[in-house]
Design a protein. Structure first.
Length: 788
């Protein structure tokens, strides 16, 4: 048997605040470089106060994701050097228009920095970020980011408002789609990859774009999953879980950070010196600039911390360098400097940070964009979008059928396939929530892809709409921008009729593929919180009616949010989670359904049995009364009634974090550990790995497959209570039938540390339980002792 050794390099970056921390190196060498900073200072010396403040103002001259500040004359502002940055201005012609004004009409010829929400691709739309996280493949995130940067630069955009690395543990929060899910370790790994893909380690490359890591901080922990809501959590939890991915992104060289809308422990994040100065600047050594979220500086008034001038001053002093579409910095800062309320040195420092990024991007040398040919979804770009999508799909369930193998993959010889559901032939819905510049016309739907594969062996019925007459509030929301009128009424669908038609279609087929989900374009993403997590409209009824025909049903879920799939999990033999797959949705899903591609995705967020379990995540803190089935259950059991549990539902996820099946099977050997006892002093003294957990993984099935091997730890005796399990390593490996590989995970300070009661990263004498396996339920176990 061939034994291949895979060593997984520790993912954490170098800088940290251990007891033994070495001298800090700047996370982004370009921004810290002496030569660049000399250019910045030389320019700064020439600037008037008004020109300086101009660099701190950003306006949107395009579409809005919030109320617009005011009707502004951008040409005029640009000519006065008071337009440091613009967003939502896209395309060489438009960006060049403003840039010519800035470069030719202003005294100091400082270029404008154009930013945009380039989130999962720019013109070529890839799967949504949560889906990309489901690939557990950093290379996939890099690919998406890189294409995003290339296409954004062609449109004059050198700054992308991505990656969003907010930990999201509550799918009621619609922005979970933009996140990497619930886990700090996975999110940090993906955060590094997104930054690398966009910035390529060199902001000066013509196809690199500066990132904006957002939303700083802890935006994903909005109380009750309601967007923009307050966040309240311990500093310990904040640092150990929520801040980790931002730290990873900053340490990977992120050029800018975006502040968040929420308050944190009573202080709005956009005027929060603890976050923006203490942590970001002093502890992490961040040299780039901080932009507020849309209107967030002005919204500080609603947080009741003062009037316009006061909140602008508070935000600037706290560390927000640029005001996005708030129209406050541009109007109230200079006066306060003149009155001595704000030191000019504070303005200087903010301007320095902005100019650093402009210089590093090479905007002074190359301010304009050469107009290129019109965008085309070339075969190369489509292939990249398809490959990434195929890696993101998670096979949640795949039952064996009576007298046969598993339902999936479908046989190429299947005589008739019925494709049913409102997502089956919907180009717009495949793009996902943050496809600002994506054009649905480039999307190949599942119906088109299956028709190409099956010809007249494909039957189709839409079945129902995404919403029914019951969904009053949702319908209103859908028509938000164009309220229903006498000429254009709401258009309540006749579900009973279309479901009956779908049932007839299903009866004529050998297999039914159902494409259900939720609307990515207006039910997911920003301002899209939900209080329920089921399929919308009559989709559940449709599913139940089709299953009742007795035909084998494959459910393809097209929603980038963990939905409540309890009925489906109990009654549908095969379920594939396909998220919002992007322009190659159809071919990618079809390739996986027919086994040309073996699914390999794993869930980056737990799927609940009921919405009442939320926020639901595997890395829970222990309780003195763990219920039956909980990961931390000890042999002791009391009266089950008085355990930490629900009366009417299990505690466990329906499909847990890390979960995902394959068309083959993998077996895990007994994990081994190279050193079982390590003195605590040794762990604290180095960032180098000190021991290695090894495990043999074998493909025991009959097709080649890719497994994501996962390593979880539990610190069983820390001075601050630690989660029942935490992911601390993973590796994607591909195995041919019968093949076995040896996977190794190094462990050292980076994996073993936790935040002490004093909020310092530390390691203490303890025993770590270690599990290795294919999900957070991993059972193959070993242990490590850290001794006095
Ligand atoms: C508001 C959103 O919260 C943020 O993610 C986005 O980047 C900005 N608007 C700009 O559109």
């Amino acid at each position: 048997m061939l034994r291949l050794i895979f060593t997984i390099l520790p993912l954490a970056a170098l800088a940290c605040t251990t007891a033994t921390a070495q001298t800090r190196t700047a996370p982004n060498q370009q921004l810290a470089s002496k030569e660049l900073n000399e250019r910045v200072d030389a320019l700064l010396k020439k600037m008037t106060l008004d020109e300086k403040v101009g660099q701190l103002a950003q306006y949107s001259a395009g579409w809005a994701t919030g109320p617009n500040a005011t009707e502004l004359r951008y040409d005029e502002l640009a000519a006065k050097g008071q337009l440091g940055s613009m967003l939502n201005v896209v395309g060489a012609a438009t960006t060049n228009h403003y840039q010519h004004i800035a470069m030719e009409k202003t005294r100091l010829h400082i270029p404008i920095l154009f930013g945009l929400d380039v989130i999962h691709g720019h013109r070529t739309i890839f799967p949504a970020p949560l889906a990309v996280a489901a690939s557990w493949d950093a290379a996939a995130a890099e690919t998406v980011a890189h294409y995003g940067a290339v296409e954004a630069r062609a449109d004059g955009i050198a700054w992308v408002f991505s990656p969003m690395v907010d930990i999201a543990r509550d799918p009621r929060w619609g922005r979970i789609i933009e996140s990497n899910g619930e886990d700090a370790y996975l999110s940090s790994a993906m955060a590094r990859a997104w930054v690398k893909g966009y910035q390529q380690g060199d902001l000066g490359k013509p196809d690199s774009a500066a990132v904006s890591v957002k939303h700083f901080a802890a935006y994903g922990a909005a109380i009750a999953g309601r967007d923009y809501n307050a966040v309240d959590m311990s500093e310990n939890q904040l640092r150990q879980v929520y801040l980790e991915p931002y730290r990873a992104a900053v340490e990977a060289g992120a050029a800018t950070v975006m502040s968040s809308f929420n308050s944190l422990n009573g202080v709005p994040a956009t005027a929060n010196p603890f976050l923006l100065t203490q942590i970001l600047r002093k502890e992490w050594g961040f040299d780039g600039f901080v932009v507020s979220d849309w209107g967030a500086v002005a919204e500080l008034k609603n947080h009741s911390i003062g009037d316009g001038p006061t909140v602008a001053r508070k935000a600037l002093l706290a560390g927000v360098d640029m005001d996005m579409e708030g129209n406050l910095y541009g109007t109230v800062i200079a006066q306060q400097v003149r009155e001595g309320k704000i030191p000019e040195s504070t303005v200087d420092e903010a301007v320095r940070r902005v100019l650093r990024v402009k210089f590093a991007l090479g905007l002074f040398e190359h301010p304009f964009t050469t107009p290129g040919p019109e965008y085309a979804a070339t075969p190369e770009r489509r292939a990249a979008a398809r490959r990434v999508a195929e890696e993101t799909f998670v096979l949640l369930k795949n039952d064996a059928m009576e007298g046969a193998g598993t339902l999936l993959p479908l046989s190429a010889k299947t005589k008739k396939v019925a494709l049913i559901g409102p997502m089956a032939d919907n180009q717009r819905e495949m793009l996902g929530a943050w496809a600002v510049t994506g054009d649905p016309k480039y999307v190949t739907t599942l119906k088109s892809a299956l028709a190409a594969r099956l010809g007249d062996r494909l039957l189709y019925a839409r079945g129902c709409e995404l919403l029914s007459g019951e969904d009053g509030a949702l319908l209103q929301r859908e028509h938000f921008n164009e309220p229903p009128s006498a000429e254009k009424p709401l258009g309540i669908p006749d579900d009973a009729k279309t479901i009956a038609e779908a049932v007839e279609t299903a009866k004529q087929a050998d297999v039914v593929v159902m494409a259900l989900g939720e609307s990515s374009s207006w039910m997911e993403g920003e301002a899209s919180s939900r209080a329920t997590l089921g399929f919308t409209g009559a989709q559940e009824q449709l599913l139940e009616a089709v299953v009742a025909t007795g035909k084998p049903v494959v459910l393809v879920v097209l929603a980038t949010r963990p939905l409540e799939l309890k009925w489906a999990a109990a009654h549908v033999p095969a379920i594939l989670e396909a998220w919002s797959p992007g322009i190659e949705a159809g071919p990618a899903v079809s390739n996986v359904l027919f086994g040309d591609v073996n699914p390999s995705g794993k869930l980056p967020a737990s799927f609940p049995r009921a919405v009442g379990q939320e926020p639901l995540y595997y890395a829970q803190l222990p309780t003195g009364r763990p219920a039956k089935g909980d990961l931390s259950r000890m042999p002791q059991v009391g009266d089950e009634r008085f355990m930490s549990r629900y009366m009417d539902e299990d505690n466990a996820a329906l499909f847990p974090f890390g979960w995902g099946l394959s068309y083959t099977r993998f077996s895990y050997g007994q994990p081994t550990i190279s050193r079982t006892d390590i003195p605590v002093k040794e762990v604290m003294a180095t960032r180098a790995p000190l021991t290695t957990v090894g495990v043999d993984v074998k493909n025991t099935g009959s097709v080649t497959g890719t497994e994501v091997v996962q390593l979880y730890l539990r610190n069983t005796a820390a001075s601050v209570e630690q989660p029942v399990r935490e992911l601390k390593g993973f590796a994607r490996i591909t195995l041919t039938p019968g093949e076995q590989k040896h996977v190794e995970f190094p462990l050292g300070f980076d994996e073993l540390n936790f935040y002490s009661a004093e909020n310092k990263r530390t390691v203490e004498p303890t025993t770590y339980k270690i599990w290795v396996g294919g999900s957070s339920l991993a059972a193959a176990e070993t242990a490590l002792k850290v001794v006095e």
